[in-house]
Each structure stands twice: as structure tokens, then as C-alpha cells.
Design a protein around this ligand. Structure first.
Ligand code: GLN
Length: 542
């Protein structure tokens, strides 16, 4: 049976618990263990799919079509293990299942309560689909003391007891702040956070202490004393220059060694961290730089485009260059000339998005890229914008637009009411619920031999993840092709254009899916590798 590692957080949020969990997963993997990561989110939304990117950052989509927390993106990028629907649950989902069961009479007339019914449902989720794993890492969202989180903490406390010695461990991530005025690190918040944990019956096995300054042994001993732990299990997690160094740094401070001791595992092989060392080396020593403009909508919140940021970085790693990203709110092009902002960039990317605001600005950015031969990458809504631009400017279809915004004269992007997934026909309509009704998850696309994308992928059949309601309207495909914009990827039934490109442009590709979700530092996505290579070439021309 898989051993369980529960990762909780204390003191403040935003300490990077997701990243810490992911990096620990990678470190255990480097020791040859089979791992999977899972996130328990205490909020009441059934999934983050309907949350605004301003609220919650990016919605990460899995192959099996779940809309999940962005931490699952960290897990995949660090471990290369594709996440599944069963790897993210929320209080909302737990409660809706408990209530559904109650309505069906599943509780046989008993009073339905948080303990044991909600906690049982949580435990069932935690233990589901874990066959063949050595370790399951379970991250609990939020911080200890949050009211919403209590049933989750109670459930993991129970699991720890039920599974018995050596089957589970608790890691608690805290902050040891440096107080400038005193010139000292302060351990009190950590002590209080552990006190809170112990009050609900959880004694952490390991403390991972985020700190901006080295944590002296004396302070480790002190924390250990107050928190009931040997000093060597109080592990400093210093701020680092690059996230890719985290697995290496954790090993250096003994996190994996101590964790294996908690489980009573002896004689485990030393981790092979060569590939992470290589990635860090590339990040630290780039041989050049390219400038990429990302023209979108949710620019104030960096996490809204988390995977995109990472994928562009990976494209840089593959080409040994640093990618300098300029995040531009497309609305500025509705007031000022796009050229003023885009004159000096080596590539333009229009990412996914929703709704009307800023769309005309995105269309101006596409036009600039197309006319000025600047490498262009359109993702999902970015593809829609590229199609609208080509329809209006090249095919002369005045009033071309997407059905997402009003009722355009030429709906070159429209709502498909039916599509095929595997052997099944799926349907949707304009009045469906907002949650979970998009075309979601992995779909196959067939690439046109000889096209740019077929060359980039080195394949003619690919699988990529989707998250959208609208599609390029196949009824306009011929007209666009006559004006130079080719459909170079199709759904297997030939009904949905999946990729469009201009063969006579240095690099102009729009895709209906989200390739950024599948890029990993150890395996950069081919489209991002190729886009950055094109940008590099462009930078040498100017
Ligand atoms: N808003 C568009 C749609 O729903 C595109 C979505 C996206 O970019 N992910 O089809």
C-alpha cells in the first residue's frame, strides 16, 4: 500500500506549499520511488472551474477533463506524472456527494454529521486510485486554524491512526520571519502554528521552515524543543534563486533522509538529481535572451497564466536562452497604436481568455504580428482572435466575430453543439450550467502532413488538453484557406479545426488547445521550443 505524506501549512498562506510538495515528490522520484500528488481544497466551490482568474489564478485542466487547482500544475511539472480528476477535491465536492447520498437514503435514517460522514468521504477520496504507488503526497489547502479546513485535518488525523505506524507522516510548512528591527529570526509563529496543530491531534513529524536567512542550529533546537521534535527534523527551506533548485536544496538539508527515517525505511538509494542540476545550470547560464509579448487580460495576477509562464521558460531552457516576458494588457492597443508596444519584441503570444473586454486590442496584436512577420502563437482565445483578424482583413468579411460576444454577422467562431470524444457523442447548449460544461480535457488532433505543426511535433497525431466553449467555425475554413490561413490540425472526425497556421509567415500558429499545460522543465513542449527558436531567429534579424 502507498505510504501517505500529509503536507499542511501554518502561519501565513502563500508560502509555496504546492511547490514544496511538488519538489519533494520529484526528490522521492529521484530516489526511484513511484509517487503521486493530491490536493485537498477546503473551499466550497465544487471545483475552481467557475472561479475568476483574479480570485484563484489559473484553472489547471487534467487529461481526464477535470478543472483543478493550479498546484496540480506544479505537481505535473516537477514529477512528470499526469494528474487525474481524483487528485483534487474540494469541500464543495465532498459536501455535494454527502448530501446526494443522504437524499438517496444512503445513510439509512441516521443523523448526517461532519464526523464521521464528511470525514469518511474525505478519507475515501484520499485513498482512491493509489494502486502501485510508493508514496502519495497529500497537500491540504489553506492554513491550520481555518474553519473550513477542520474536517480535512480531522480526516487525516484519523487516517494516520488507522493506517498504523510507518504508513503516514505529517510535514508542516511554516514561516520563520526575519525581523529587521531586531536583526533576528523569530520562531514564535512556528511554535504557535504547531500548538494549533497539536490541539487538533496532529503532531508533525517534520517541520519545513521557510526563511529568508539561514536558520542557525540553535534556533532549530529551540523550535524542536517547543514543538516536540528532534532538531534534525526542523528543516530550513531558504528562499532560492530558481524554483528548479528546490529538490536539490531539500536534499542538501536532509528533508528526504529525515522523511525516510520517519517511515523507518533504511538503505534507500541516494537520489539521482543530475537532470535538475542541468536545468538549474541552464537557467543560471543562458546564452542570450528573447523578448516575448504576452497580450492578454488578466495581467495583474501573475498566477492567472502560471502554466504559460512556465512553458515559455521551458521553451527558453530548450534553446538555452532567457525568455523576457512582457505582460501587456490588450486594452492599451484600443487606445494606442500596437506598434509602440510591439516594435521591439521577438515574438507575440495571445493566450486563452474569456469575454469581450480587450478583444479588439488582441486582434490588433495579431494583425501586427501577421503583417510584420513577427512569430505569433495564439492559444485558444488567441486562435479565435487570429481567425477573426484573418477573416476581416484577408477574406474581407466585415463584421466577422465570435458568438461568445453578441451575434456577429460572420460567426467565424461559434458554439458547436455536438462533438465526438472516443466513441461517444457529447453535446452542449447555450443555456448549460457554467461549471464543467466546456470541451474539457485531452482530445486527439490529426495534423496535416507537411504542415509546420507536423514538423514541430514530428508526428501526425497528437493529444492535447482543451478548455473552451467555442470553436473555429468549419463553414468558414475554405474561405480562410483561400486567403492563406491553413487548417493544419483537425479533430479525428474532421469537424473541428484544431490548429491554424500561415505557411508563408516565419512562425504563425494558433491552437484550440492549451499546450502550456503539458510542458515540463525536463521535457519542454515542442510548440514552445519551436516558438522560442523562431523568436531567437527573429532577434538575430533585427
Ligand atoms: N473563451 C473561449 C471559449 O470559451 C476561449 C477559452 C480559452 O481561451 N480557454 O471558447
Amino acid at each position: 500500500m502507498a505510504r501517505l505524506i500529509f503536507i499542511t501549512g501554518g502561519v501565513v498562506s502563500s508560502l509555496g506549499k504546492g511547490l514544496a510538495s511538488a519538489a519533494l515528490g520529484a526528490l522521492l522520484q529521484a530516489r526511484g520511488y513511484k509517487v503521486r500528488l493530491r490536493k485537498l481544497d477546503p473551499y466550497l466551490n465544487v471545483d475552481p472551474g467557475t472561479m475568476s482568474p483574479f480570485q484563484h489564478g489559473e484553472v489547471y485542466v487534467t487529461d481526464d477533463g477535470a478543472e483543478t487547482d493550479l498546484d496540480l500544475g506544479h505537481y505535473e511539472r516537477f514529477t512528470g506524472v499526469s494528474a487525474r480528476r481524483s487528485d483534487n477535491i474540494t469541500s464543495g465536492r465532498i459536501y455535494s456527494q454527502v448530501i446526494e447520498k443522504e437524499r438517496k437514503g444512503g445513510y439509512l435514517g441516521r443523523t448526517v454529521q461532519v464526523i464521521p460522514h464528511v470525514t469518511d468521504m474525505i478519507k475515501e477520496f484520499v485513498l482512491r486510485d493509489t494502486e502501485g504507488l510508493d508514496f502519495l503526497l497529500v497537500e491540504i489547502g489553506g492554513t491550520v486554524g481555518d474553519i473550513e479546513g477542520l474536517p480535512f485535518f480531522e480526516a487525516i488525523r484519523q487516517l494516520h491512526n488507522e493506517l498504523g505506524w510507518g504508513q503516514s507522516a505529517f510535514i508542516h510548512l511554516t514561516l520563520v520571519p526575519f525581523i529587521e528591527a531586531a536583526g533576528e529570526l523569530k520562531t514564535k509563529p512556528t511554535q504557535h502554528s504547531v500548538k494549533e496543530l497539536r490541539a487538533i491531534g496532529i503532531q508533525p513529524d517534520i517541520l519545513l521552515c521557510r526563511t529568508s536567512h539561514p536558520l542557525p542550529d540553535e534556533e532549530r533546537r529551540k523550535i524542536g524543543l517547543f514543538c516536540n521534535l528532534p532538531a534534525e527534523r526542523v528543516i530550513p527551506a531558504m528562499d532560492l534563486d530558481t524554483v528548479y533548485r528546490v529538490p536539490i536544496a531539500y536534499h542538501e538539508v536532509g528533508l528526504d533522509t529525515q522523511l525516510l527515517k520517519v517511515f523507518g525505511i533504511e538503505g534507500a538509494p541516494e537520489p539521482d538529481l543530475t537532470r535538475w542540476v542541468q536545468v538549474v545550470d541552464r537557467v543560471k547560464n543562458p546564452e542570450g535572451e528573447v523578448r516575448i509579448a504576452v497580450v492578454g487580460k488578466y495581467m495583474q495576477v501573475k498566477d492567472s497564466y502560471k502554466s504559460l509562464f512556465e512553458a515559455l521558460t521551458h521553451g527558453g531552457l530548450a534553446n538555452n536562452v532567457k525568455v523576457r516576458m512582457e505582460w501587456i494588457d490588450s486594452e492599451v492597443f484600443e487606445r494606442d497604436d500596437a506598434a509602440a508596444f510591439l516594435e521591439n519584441v521577438n515574438g507575440i503570444l495571445v493566450p486563452g481568455g474569456f469575454g469581450e473586454r480587450g478583444t479588439e486590442g488582441k486582434i490588433s496584436a495579431v494583425k501586427f504580428a501577421r503583417e510584420r512577420n513577427v512569430p505569433f502563437f495564439g492559444i485558444c482565445y488567441g486562435l479565435h482572435m487570429a481567425v477573426i483578424e484573418a477573416a476581416r482583413d484577408l477574406a474581407g468579411l466585415d463584421g466577422a466575430g465570435t458568438r461568445e460576444i453578441g451575434d456577429p454577422k460572420h460567426p467565424v467562431v461559434g458554439l458547436m453543439t455536438e462533438w465526438v470524444k472516443g466513441n461517444q457523442v457529447e453535446t452542449r447548449s447555450a443555456d448549460d450550467d457554467m461549471g464543467g460544461t466546456m470541451r474539457l480535457g485531452a482530445y486527439t488532433a490529426v495534423l496535416t502532413p507537411g504542415s509546420k505543426v507536423a514538423e514541430v511535433y514530428g508526428a501526425t497525431e497528437i493529444s492535447e488538453r482543451h478548455r473552451h466553449r467555442y470553436e473555429v467555425n468549419v463553414n468558414y475554413a475554405r474561405q480562410l484557406e483561400q486567403h492563406g490561413m491553413q487548417v493544419s490540425g483537425w479533430s479525428p472526425d474532421g469537424k473541428l479545426p484544431e490548429i491554424m497556421e500561415f505557411p508563408d509567415h516565419p512562425w504563425f500558429i494558433g491552437v484550440q488547445f492549451h499546450p502550456e499545460l503539458k510542458s515540463r522543465p525536463l521535457e519542454p513542449h515542442p510548440l514552445f521550443t519551436s516558438f522560442i527558436a523562431a523568436a531567437l531567429q527573429q532577434s538575430r534579424l533585427v
